[in-house]
Design a binder for this molecule. Structure first.
Ligand code: ATP
Ligand code: MG
Length: 388
């Protein structure tokens, strides 16, 4: 029996004039994500997107991937039956047999998008209900609170038969909000922040600061692995790895210890802004959460923002650690994030960091060093890798 995937858009429905552009974007994203699973066709029809498998298509894996595409509210696997009642009913009984044989109550809901089909929705429901009752002796009808609802949709080419919708990843199609660069560290927070902003429609680039030999190649590998988990949702991520050793050593040698972290974070912001702008990003994303550490007080955030050339999005700002951990488990980054590799943030950490710094203090501290050349060198030596 021919089986397809029926996809319902999420917030897309609300977008008025932009709707068609958004839908096209979603269709493109779905196509890209199903690549490599065999022959298939993706098409739009009456506010539904359909994935029609050809030869050798891995439908099981396709459903798994579709469950992670942003912009999808829900989806279902459905049997595609000919547009003729008797054959459709036989197909429904066969397709749904495993479920209908094991529940006690059911109801049928029908939707007729093809208004040329001779039966109207209530008639389709009545005929299908009667037929299924005669085929499955264990069943009775319960329209209020059924164990299972059979959906019948009469559309352009086929009648589609399916059970309840599976919930999609929600959000907006990746790319529909532009592009943002996440500052990714290998910790728990930044991959979650990246995922949250991708969910709101940002395509992702990523900037990682590495300070060899203080940080190991394993830490860079970990960041790549984390991003490929995020990419299951967001699609490919452009990763820029910035050599940060020279700047960190200079901070250690030339700045007062209590300002180490803040100067470092301001340097990160400057460099990330330059790299992000070159890659057509319109925002930076960080995994900061208010008060989590000394560099994440409102005063400290003010000092970092003062050097940012674009908006800094901090989706975790009001979240507790356990809420962040819950998401990281859900998107399968938690175990990887918990691997113990040194991050550049944890080398040269001050014993008593400033918690109420001011921009003026930082500008004074930084004025002792010519940073611009060092920043330019770090940008020039940045390595690029596309993460899938
Ligand atoms: P995470 O769990 O994401 O590492 P964190 O709670 O450890 O975050 P910090 O180490 O203070 O917090 O870093 C705050 C944010 O700064 C991170 O969420 C990340 O966005 C960015 N960041 C930290 N270290 C790096 C790094 N090596 N490269 C790029 N960005 C970084
Ligand atoms: Mg960190």
């Amino acid at each position: 029996m021919k089986e397809i995937i029926l996809i319902k858009n999420g917030e897309l429905a609300l977008k008025g004039l932009n709707r068609s552009t958004f839908e096209d974007m979603l269709v493109g994203n779905i196509r890209r994500r199903l690549k490599g699973l065999g022959d298939f066709e993706v098409r739009k029809s009456q506010s539904t997107i359909m994935v029609e498998p050809g030869e050798d298509f891995d439908l099981e894996e396709a459903c798994g991937r579709i469950g992670k595409v942003f912009g999808i509210a829900g989806y279902s696997r459905a049997a595609a039956a000919p547009k003729e009642m008797e054959r459709m009913l036989a197909a429904a009984a066969e397709y749904l047999a495993p479920t209908l044989g094991s529940v006690r109550t059911f109801k049928v809901e029908a939707k007729r998008s093809d208004k040329n089909f001779p039966l109207r929705s209530p008639e389709i429901c009545a005929q299908a209900g009667g037929y299924l009752l005669s085929r499955f002796k264990n069943l009775s009808v319960d329209v209020r609170n059924p164990d299972f609802t059979v959906m019948i949709e009469v559309r352009d080419r086929y009648i589609y038969i399916h059970g309840p919708q599976i919930r999609g990843a929600g959000g907006m199609p990746t790319g529909s909000s532009g592009r943002g660069a996440v500052l990714i560290s290998g910790g728990i927070d930044s991959p979650v922040a990246a995922w949250m902003m991708a969910k709101r429609g940002l395509a992702l680039s990523a900037v990682h600061f590495a300070s060899p030999p203080y940080t190991s190649p394993m830490a860079e590998k970990k960041v790549q692995d984390l991003l490929s988990r995020v990419a299951r949702y967001s699609g490919r991520v452009a990763l820029f790895t910035v050599p940060f050793t020279e700047i960190q050593e200079t901070i250690r040698d030339r700045c007062p210890e209590e300002f180490f972290t803040l100067v470092m974070r301001r340097m990160m912001m400057r460099i990330a802004g330059i790299v992000a702008q070159k890659d057509n990003c319109s925002a930076l994303i960080t995994g900061e959460s208010l008060g989590q550490v000394a560099s994440q007080t409102v005063y400290a955030l003010g000092c970092t923002d003062a050097v940012a050339q674009m908006p800094v999005l901090r989706p975790l700002i009001g979240m507790d650690k356990d809420e962040i951990v819950r998401i990281s488990r859900k998107i399968d980054t938690f175990e990887l994030s918990s691997l113990p590799y040194e991050d550049c943030c944890t080398v040269f950490t001050p014993r008593h960091p400033r918690t109420r710094p001011t921009v003026a203090q930082l500008e004074k501290v930084e004025s002792a060093v010519a940073w611009d050349e060092m920043i330019a060198r770090a940008v020039a030596d940045t390595k690029f890798k596309m993460i899938y």
